[in-house]
Design a protein around this ligand. Structure first.
Ligand code: GDP
Ligand code: IMO
Ligand code: MG
Length: 430
């Protein structure tokens, strides 16, 4: 049995897509367990660049069964467009399995996401406006429409009618937006259903059987630890559970099925959207990281906020996810800077915080306490394939991060493509 969970250890965009694609070679299944098309995972191999939003990042390998689990929210239009694009690129999607219990993003979810953000004004969360929050709200309030509802026209129309009774009121009376008729939505969504039907499965059963049969399953997280609804920087978070526990509820497997939990972290840190960010750099170093790292959102194209590596956050990610390994990506980007800073603790009102402050006020005002390390400016590390080939200062940086996190750095990425990687502690499947 080999169940491996891969999660973001920061605020998302850590390079989960690249690392999933890299290790997916050894897998039989790659499963998305939460989130929806708020995610943007980049996979690069040779000339091929895939920007995936819903389809698991193992799709490049024909032997893999990609699965969208019950914990996800699915915009069927986006899903079908993504499938069509992959097929046009010569990548088959016929093996894709979709959980019958995943929830469906409806047009009114997208409208309400945008409307509530506009109403918040300067207090906005900075969501991707893809309808993610409103879809999970309906799931929690038991008003959601599930993928399996699409397969029964009678049930679908009844649930849609019930939902519209409330949604139309909110759209019209609260936000002065246009309303929907059952007919309008039913026609569109029942057409999507015809194409989705062959992929619908009891995916929890499929995954558990695979694990029983000693097959390898990778649970691919979206977003990141600090965007987790429970453990993140609430309310500046997403509406699902991107931490490792989410793989169990979002795929329907028990915690004892998971053998290894990989946390992906950049060699610095970024955030897209609003919310606190202690190590944020608003100076020319921040600008340099943005430009050299190409830090523009995969989903919305928004500029990502950049800052120094925050070891307090990663230690927190080790704790709440039970990480067994760290993967450090984008180490090559740090070749652009002179001296590197690492945040080892925070200061607030005269107190030193070695752990992430539990109270939001302390975190919002936390001043980073930095240690400085010498860099390896100007040295191109993108061709390094072993740890020993890295410049001494880069090796020392990794060892320093490892000591602070107290888990091994098992994989190091030194460029965006699959081969630009150092496998330090990753044994290929026998
Ligand atoms: P994800 O959401 O965690 O999958 O990450 P994204 O794909 O949104 O953002 C990560 C970006 O960094 C993508 O453009 C990747 O191609 C790129 N990337 C990943 N690893 C590396 C690396 O080691 N070096 C560089 N320069 N780019 C990387
Ligand atoms: P991947 O999987 C980075 C952020 C949004 C916003 C907050 C809530 O590519 O790492 P939402 O639309 O989810 O309600 O927005 O979460 N966010 C992400 N930031 N990477 C992502 O996904 C994100 N998905 C959502 O910017 O701040
Ligand atoms: Mg991304």
């Amino acid at each position: 049995m080999a169940g491996i969970t891969l999660v973001g250890a920061q605020w998302g965009d850590e390079g989960k897509g690249k690392i999933t694609d890299l290790i997916a070679y050894d897998m039989d299944y790659v499963v998305r367990f939460q989130g929806g098309n708020n995610a943007g995972h980049t996979v690069i191999h040779g000339d091929r660049v895939l920007k995936l939003h819903l389809i698991p990042s193992g799709i490049m390998y024909p032997h893999i069964t990609p699965v969208i689990g019950n914990g996800c929210v699915i915009d069927p239009k986006v899903l079908l467009e993504e499938m069509d694009k992959l097929e046009a690129d010569g990548l088959s999607t016929h093996r894709l399995l979709i959980s019958c219990n995943a929830h469906v993003i409806m047009p009114y979810h997208r409208d309400l996401d945008g409307a509530s953000e506009r109403r918040l004004g300067s207090q906005e969360i900075g969501t991707t406006r893809r309808g993610i929050g409103p879809a999970y709200m309906d799931k929690a309030s038991r008003m959601g429409i599930r993928i399996q509802d699409l397969t029964d026209e009678h049930i679908f129309r009844k649930k849609l009618e019930a939902a519209l009774l409330e949604k139309n009121d909110i759209l019209e009376k609260v936000y002065a937006l246009p309303t929907y008729t059952v007919e309008q939505i039913a026609e569109e969504y029942l057409a999507y259903a015809e194409r989705i039907k062959p992929h619908i499965e009891d995916t929890s059963l499929v995954i558990n059987k695979a694990l029983d049969g000693d097959q390898w399953v990778l649970f691919e997280g979206a977003q990141g630890t600090l965007l987790d609804l429970d453990h993140g920087t609430y309310p500046f978070v997403t509406s699902s559970s991107p931490t490792a526990g989410g793989a169990c509820t979002g795929a329907g497997v028990g915690p004892k099925r998971i053998d290894r939990v990989l946390g992906i972290a950049k060699a610095y840190i970024t955030r897209v959207g609003s919310g606190p960010f202690p190590t944020e750099l608003s100076d020319e170093t921040g600008e340099l990281l943005t430009q050299v790292g190409g830090e523009y959102g995969t989903t919305t194209g928004r500029r990502r906020r950049c800052g120094w590596y925050d070891a307090v956050i990663v230690r927190y990610a080790v704790r709440v996810n039970g990480l067994t390994d760290l993967v450090i990506t984008k180490l090559d980007v740090l070749s652009a800077v002179d001296t590197i800073k690492v945040c080892v603790a925070y200061e607030y009102e005269g107190h030193r915080y070695n752990e992430l402050p539990a109270h939001q006020t302390a975190f919002h005002h936390a001043k980073p306490i930095y240690e400085e390390l010498p860099g390896w400016k100007g040295e191109d590390i993108t061709e390094c394939r072993t740890f020993e080939e890295l410049p001494k200062n880069a090796r020392d940086y990794i060892t320093y991060i490892e000591d602070l996190a107290d888990v091994p750095v098992s994989i190091i990425a030194v460029g965006p493509s699959r081969e630009q990687t150092i496998m330090r502690r990753w044994e290929a499947r026998a």
